[in-house]
Write a protein that binds this ligand. Structure first.
Ligand SMILES: O=C(O)CCC(=O)C(=O)O
Ligand SMILES: [Fe+2]
Length: 179
């Protein structure tokens, strides 16, 4: 049994004006701290959807109506250091649901994707100022990027490997279409 490892995830729905991310700087209200981030990531997912569709020859606004009552979330994942990283995963293998997920890789690292050609797990390199875009899988059928593009964009299986010494914080945006 692995003891002393904990992964915590906080989820903030975008649509319903819920909780705000806590501000770390004294004197800044949570509202001021959270708003720019939330809006920018939400806008980024719209721009990305349009771009991905345009690249495939689809009209950019083809799916706008699908986001009328969007089910998007911002998530904050926190992974404690794990004393036995070879015995535990921060997050097991999965494909993201929904339309797409936006995240970035920090210098702690640990995100791995399963390469389709040989089934090997490959570590994602940390690239400053770059974002990773995960294509949503088919579990929600009509509401995933893979289905919308007729499998032209395929979702990838991924997992999180933990670090023995350093904690890891990860901010993600899960873009989801109307329920
Ligand atoms: O924390 C990460 O780097 C990835 C987490 C992830 O894949 C997820 O929450 O869906
Ligand atoms: Fe994921």
């Amino acid at each position: 049994m692995v003891t002393g490892f904990k992964m915590t995830s906080i989820t903030l729905p975008i649509q319903n004006e819920p909780l705000w991310l806590c501000s770390q700087s004294p004197g800044t209200s949570p509202h001021e701290a959270g708003a720019p981030l939330r809006i920018n990531m939400s806008r980024m997912s719209n721009i990305l959807c349009n771009t991905l569709h345009t690249l495939k020859g689809l009209p950019a606004d083809r799916f706008h109506g699908f986001f009328k009552d969007q089910t998007s979330y911002i998530r904050l994942n926190h992974y404690n250091p794990c004393p036995s990283p070879h015995l535990a995963l921060g997050l097991g293998r999965h494909q993201d649901s929904g339309v797409l997920t936006i995240l970035n890789e920090d210098d702690v690292g640990g995100l791995e994707v399963k390469r389709k050609t040989d089934g090997k797990w490959v570590r994602v390199k940390s690239t400053p100022d770059a974002y990773i875009i995960n294509i949503g899988d088919t579990t929600q059928r009509r509401k995933s990027m893979q289905v919308w593009t007729n499998d032209e964009y395929e979702s990838v299986e991924h997992r999180m490997v933990v670090n023995s010494e350093r904690e890891r914080m990860k901010l993600l945006l899960d873009a989801g279409a109307s329920a």
